[in-house]
Design a protein around this ligand. Structure first.
Ligand SMILES: Cc1ncc(COP(=O)(O)O)c(C=O)c1O
Ligand SMILES: N[C@@H](CCCC[NH3+])C(=O)O
Length: 426
């Protein structure tokens, strides 16, 4: 059983050093994403120790920053890509392509062209198809390389309905059709290497039963495919391992997830493959943002900050909870000469975007905010920058990484010119 105190299974926002974060904001301005690469490595080690015999890939979509990909590649983790763009990033990092999977979901023609070109250069690349059309379209492009079939297992799980994929018809070929589809693909000359499914994202320990049912369906399917079509090299059960976002949430019991997985697929004569994204990076990232407005509204104190739903979309999109800490108030409270101690009050924290959904939290009890305060929004390492956008013609923020105690700029802040220049170029 993973415990909070024993293993560093969850990194609370309070573990970040406030004065350090303040100095980063001072140097690089806000809003600013910060990613701790040492923490990413620790998360990788925890996954490796829970799944010692598995092939582990990183789902690049969680955070595609080159520094994150390089760090994980050096740690022996492969890369799972959801688009031609992610694939292009992975090919910069990989040596042979053998540790790269491209998972095609209704792939635009240009993506398939790039994936097939990538395979010509890296024949050990694996392409995972989630529809028979995708297999046909690969064949039309002359592809007869390593093929994995994404199946729809008919069971989903995850932190929100919008991220549950396992029973959503968009994702994968119905599992009951998999044997026929793979037999046909093998007859057509594809190198059938695996089956794949992804139950959903942000699966927590209280959804362990759904995970158990999911992996048991995958085990059963793997045995049927092996009997009817031939040996499989791997069974890929996707990612989805949840991390705690609320202060009171327990960390995912990774050992229990691994044990349930082994019970279901341990006797299948194929490599187990997992491809988490969030687990590697979520708690390795924070978003720093500055308070610019404090208003006494009718029922709450309204706090305006310089990050918004364009910087971190998760609260607006999924009502996702992210821990928030007022670093300025904490530094004051810690400083020896500081005799100031702020009270707390219920605050609604919102960004600069013209949408009423542009809210990070509603009526959350936090130290009273003042203009100029620096806030840290925790667990922002996964699906943070990746889902950032330029709505309201707002440039995306900068990202810095911390490694071995040093900080470097990993991605510069966009400018308004970056937002508009593509029009002038066309
Ligand atoms: C196919 C696939 N693999 C892996 C992942 C990674 O999910 P997570 O970040 O929840 O581990 C996703 C995203 O949900 C996915 O769609
Ligand atoms: N973007 C989602 C996760 C979805 C992963 C992709 N299938 C989140 O922030 O929770």
């Amino acid at each position: 059983m993973t415990t909070l105190e024993g293993l560093p299974a969850v990194r609370r926002l309070t573990a970040w050093e406030p004065t350090r974060l303040e100095s980063l904001a001072g140097e690089y301005e806000t809003p600013l994403y910060v990613l701790d690469l040492d923490r990413v490595r620790e998360n990788a080690r925890r996954l490796e120790s829970a799944f010692p015999d598995a092939e582990i890939l990183y789902a690049v979509k969680a955070n595609a920053l080159s520094d994150a990909l390089e760090t994980l590649h050096e740690a022996g983790i492969g890369l799972e890509c959801a688009s031609a763009g992610e694939l292009s990033r992975a090919l910069v990092v990989t040596d042979s392509g053998a540790d790269v999977h491209y998972t095609a979901v209704n792939p635009p023609a240009g993506d398939l062209d790039i994936a097939v070109e990538a395979w010509e250069a890296y024949p050990e690349l694996t392409i995972t198809a989630g529809a028979e059309d995708t297999i046909d379209r690969l064949e039309e492009r002359g592809y007869d390389g390593r093929l994995c079939l994404r199946v729809n297992p008919g069971i989903g799980a995850g932190h929100h309905e919008k991220v549950q994929t396992g029973a959503n018809a968009k994702f994968g070929v119905p599992a009951e059709r998999a044997v026929d589809v793979l037999a046909d693909a093998a007859d057509r000359g594809f190198d059938v290497v695996g089956i794949h499914a992804h139950v959903g994202s942000g699966v927590s320990s209280d959804q362990l039963d759904a995970h158990r049912e999911f992996v048991s369906r995958m085990g059963e399917l793997a045995r049927s495919v092996t009997a009817a079509v031939g040996d499989l090299e791997f069974v890929d059960i996707g990612g989805g391992f949840g991390v705690p976002y609320r202060e009171a949430d327990a960390p995912l019991d990774l050992e229990a997830v691994a044990e349930a997985t082994r019970e279901a697929v341990g006797d299948v004569d194929a490599q187990l493959t997992i491809e988490p994204g969030r687990y590697f990076v979520a708690d390795a990232g924070v978003l720093l943002t500055e308070v610019n407005t404090v208003k006494d509204a009718r029922e709450t104190t309204l706090v305006g900050v310089d990050a918004g739903m364009t910087t971190l979309l998760r609260p607006a999109m999924y009502d996702a909870y992210h821990p928030i800490r007022n670093l300025t108030a904490d530094t004051e409270a810690d400083s020896s000469d500081g005799d100031r101690s702020r009270g707390t009050t219920a605050q609604t924290i919102t960004g600069p975007i013209c949408e009423s959904g542009d809210v990070f939290c509603t009526d959350r009890e936090l130290p009273e905010s003042e203009r100029g305060d620096l806030l840290a929004i925790g667990n922002a390492g996964a699906y943070g920058y990746e889902m950032a956008n330029q709505y309201n013609s707002r440039p995306r923020p900068a990202s810095v990484v911390i490694e071995d105690g040093t900080v470097r700029l990993a991605r510069r802040r966009e400018t308004i010119d970056d937002v508009t220049s593509v029009e002038r170029e066309s």
